[in-house]
Design a binder for this molecule. Structure first.
Ligand SMILES: *[C@@H]1O[C@H](CO)[C@@H](O)[C@H](O)[C@H]1NC(C)=O
Ligand SMILES: *[C@@H]1O[C@H](CO)[C@@H](O)[C@H](O)[C@H]1NC(C)=O
Length: 321
């Protein structure tokens, strides 16, 4: 199908399911479009409907926050014109690609079309950011040297280890790649372009070696021990909920967040607590890769010792350099 026909069909589907446009939000919508440099043309109305639905959900959540029903705030951000389904295809991985081949095919079409028209430069590369962050941390711990490593190198070159570039991957496969490859280029020599391309690794620009990696037993106590001994740790989480997409501050906890359905890679860089530790206000301090507009300057506090919420301890690992 021609891309513009497909998008028109997609927009009809969204708009018919969406509420009437609320004129009291017109100014906010204009501001938001200007802030994020959005130009839509014929698809503006359906994007507005999606944005408005998200905006209302965020306002409702924050009203409930003020009533003490949640431990964290949400805020509108640059992901506000996407449905949850679109966001999942754009920024996070499919955890169950094999389920339903026809649905999957449609999802891919939708992904490509939306990607080209509205959201160029988006890529499910959390796993690669998590892996480079963990390797950089271990190099600093061991050699006292700060290096910035190439995310794109991992996206383009670790297919043989089982990764799929912008479609997703595992941090452990990335560590394995660096080990097999006997090197990983610097960010400066191999910059991030957020789309798949041919492997352009050049050994003369390598700044890292990995000799092995360790996976951590799937318990939050084990994650804490590993952090105390090793510093930053790579973790896979469920990042698919709207509460996570629009997180702004406070301690993130959502009972709907899965401990098994993991779809995004992050870097756990610290831990702490607010108030009294006994109040269950403990958190993991986590670095995400969705830019500094998201969350607390790009970081999130995620609930700690609350039943492995979002699977933070389910598949955690670190490299040995
Ligand atoms: C429009 O949105 C405002 C702000 O959320 C709300 O107070 C108002 O009730 C809404 N109006 C309609 C018709 O939905
Ligand atoms: C990685 O290890 C190889 C030897 O296996 C060595 O020649 C190279 O200098 C190392 N690279 C870095 C950045 O330490």
């Amino acid at each position: 199908m021609h891309p513009s026909l497909f998008l028109a069909a997609l927009c009809l589907g969204i708009a018919s399911a969406a509420p009437q446009l609320n004129q009291s939000l017109d100014d906010l919508w204009s501001q938001w479009k200007a802030t994020h440099g959005k130009l839509y043309g014929m698809v503006e109305e359906c994007r507005r409907a999606v944005w408005q639905k998200n905006m209302k959900m965020i306002m409702q959540h924050n009203r409930e926050y003020l009533q003490g029903k949640h431990s964290f705030l949400m805020a509108m951000n640059g992901f506000g014109d996407m449905t949850n389904e679109e966001f999942r295809h754009m920024m996070i991985e499919e955890s169950q690609k094999e389920s339903g081949s026809l649905l999957w095919f449609l999802a891919v079409e939708k992904y490509i079309v939306t990607f080209i028209i509205c959201f160029q430069g988006r890529c499910a590369s959390g796993w690669a950011f998590s892996a480079t962050g963990a390797i950089e941390g271990q190099i600093f711990r061991k050699y006292g040297k700060r290096v910035s490593l190439s995310v794109q190198n991992l996206l383009d070159c670790s297919q043989a280890e089982g990764n799929e570039g912008c479609n997703g991957g595992l941090m452990s496969n990335a560590f394995q790649y660096v080990r097999n490859n006997r090197g990983l280029d610097t960010e400066e020599s191999y910059p991030y372009v957020a789309r798949d391309g041919p492997c352009k690794y050049r050994p003369e620009y390598s700044a890292a070696n990995v000799t092995a990696f360790q996976t951590i037993p799937r318990r939050e106590e084990a994650l804490l021990v590993a952090m105390k001994n090793m510093g930053s740790i790579s973790a896979a989480i469920d990042a698919s909920l709207d509460t996570f997409r629009f997180y702004k501050g406070g301690i993130y906890y959502d009972p709907k967040c899965s401990s098994e359905d993991l779809n995004h890679g992050v870097l756990v860089v610290g831990y702490g607590f607010q108030g009294k530790e006994s109040d269950n206000q403990k958190y993991w301090f986590v670095k995400n890769s969705w830019g500094t507009d998201w969350g607390m300057g790009g970081y999130i506090k995620m609930a700690r010792d609350r039943n492995n919420n979002c699977g933070i301890a389910t598949r955690a690992s670190f490299p040995i350099v």
